[in-house]
Every structure is written in C-alpha cells, then in structure tokens.
Design a protein around this ligand. Structure first.
Ligand code: FPP
Length: 251
C-alpha cells in the first residue's frame, strides 16, 4: 500500500505554537453547492465533506489543537428532502462504525451533542458506543453537533438549573457564567477561540451561541469539501494576527 504524503503534517513554521486556538468550531457549509458545480447529487458533497472533516480533525491533532467542534446537522436541517436527511443519518452511522478503531488508535475522544433522542435508534446506539469507548482518550476532543440548536442548548441549560433551584439544591444567587457553562453541552471543553464558516455566508446559524461570545470569526468562500490543510493554515494564520482584547483596552 502506498501512503499518500500528507501536506502540512507538522505545524507550519510561521505559526506560533503558544498562540494556537485551543478550541476551533467549524460550520461545514457548501457541500450541496460543491456537488452541484460538478453535476453530482448533493449527497456526494456530504460524502466528500466527511473526508474534509477527517483531515481537519487529524490536522488539529497533528498541530496540537485540543478541541474541534463540527456542526453536522442543525435542528432546522430536518426540513431538507427526506432522502437527504435519511442519507445523512445513515452516513453518520456508517462513519462512526468505520472510524471507531482509528479514533481509538489516534486517541480521539468523540462526543455528540444536541437533541440526540430524536435521532434514529440505530444511530443513537452507535453514538453511545463511540462515546463510551473513546471517553478516556486524551489527544483531542472531537464534538459533533447533531440535531443541535444553540437556543435549544441554552434552554435545556436553563431548565436544568431551574430544576435544581426548585429542588432547593441551588440558590438563584449562585447562578453565574461559570455555573451556566457547566450546564452547556460543551462543559469540560476549553472556551471557543475560533469559529470557521466555509462557503461565504456571514452567519452564525444558531451554532454555539453562548460559546461564540468572544471567539474570533473566520469566513472563507471555499466550499467545505475543498477546505483542506492549506485553507486551515490560512484560517489559523489569520487568527494569530488578531488582537484579542475580550472587551478590554490595551495598556
Ligand atoms: C452543509 O452543506 C452540510 C451539512 C448540513 C452536513 C455536514 C455533514 C457532514 C460533512 C458529515 C459529517 C459526518 C460526521 C460523522 C461527523 P449544505 O448541504 O448546506 O451545502 P449547500 O449550502 O451548498 O447546499
């Protein structure tokens, strides 16, 4: 078997290791357009999208980025044609089954976030299995937002907190940002540093609404299936040039 040389396997010398984002999120937009441009069915774009995601995940690990969160399916995506939705559900399941061994070998911890109870039962079982098996893995935290909505995430956190107040185990005065964050799906993951959106749209689309508060945004016209390490390098280089002030002024 010939091993394809991977471009940019090591951290490129122009990037500063100490200033890498710890947590990157991606809105993987443009799969459908990528396929259409080639006269292919939309599902082919999703297939190629998986390849792109795998490479970016491996790249994050190679370069020492601790966490990657990908928007795979939004609560609004149920409105797509039934056959596309079915294809995506089957794709998630197949990818999970096929990639689990490699995720173990590469020490990837995978978690799925969102309203998972509405997903097909067979997919839920595959998700549970992958999350259980990779729970102790340490090299990178890979989070897949599926049937995810940022507003819905905030509401479920509010409900959980309200329940605790009702039960008397929590006082309203104890509710602060840190406590709130412990009730979000991203509990245990570093603060979001960089959100990348492909295919040019300047929207957050209900993704990580709380977490994006102080993240840097990077939008590229490149369609997701074409988003490779060269593109990712550009995104990180742009991030490293930003002056992150978190609302303060420099003295
Ligand atoms: C957006 O492109 C893409 C999606 C809604 C699906 C993304 C899913 C994957 C890449 C698969 C990930 C798989 C796993 C297991 C994590 P679009 O269809 O909205 O493209 P368009 O805007 O050009 O129509």
């Amino acid at each position: 078997m010939t091993v394809k040389p991977t471009i940019l396997q090591e951290l490129p010398p122009d990037l500063v290791r100490e200033r890498l984002p710890r947590h990157v999120a991606v809105i993987m937009d443009g799969n459908g357009r990528w396929a259409k441009q080639r006269g292919l069915p939309r599902i082919m774009g999703h297939r190629r999208g998986v390849d792109a995601l795998k490479d970016i995940l491996r790249c994050c690990k190679d370069w020492g980025i601790q966490a990657l969160t990908a928007y795979a399916f939004s609560t609004e995506n149920w409105g797509r044609p039934l056959e596309e939705v079915d294809f995506l559900m089957t794709l998630f399941e197949r990818v999970l089954r096929q990639e689990l061994r490699e995720m173990m070998e590469e020490d990837v911890q995978i978690r799925f976030v969102g309203n998972l109870s509405a997903l097909p039962k067979s997919l839920q079982l595959e998700i549970e299995r992958a999350m259980d098996q990779t729970r102790q893995n340490k090299s990178i935290q890979f989070t897949v937002a599926t049937n995810y909505g940022g507003r819905q995430e905030i509401i479920q956190a509010c409900r959980e907190i309200a329940r605790k107040v009702q039960q008397g185990v929590l006082q309203p005065e104890e509710i602060d940002e840190t406590l709130f964050e412990h009730h979000l799906y991203t509990d245990g993951i570093s603060d979001l540093d960089l959100m990348i959106r492909t295919s040019g749209e300047m929207r957050i689309s209900n993704f990580l609404l709380w977490q994006v508060a102080y993240a840097e945004l990077y939008v590229t016209d490149t369609l997701w299936p074409d988003f490779d390490r060269v593109e990712f390098h550009r995104a990180i280089a742009s991030y490293q040039q930003r002056d992150r002030r978190f609302g303060k002024v420099k003295v």
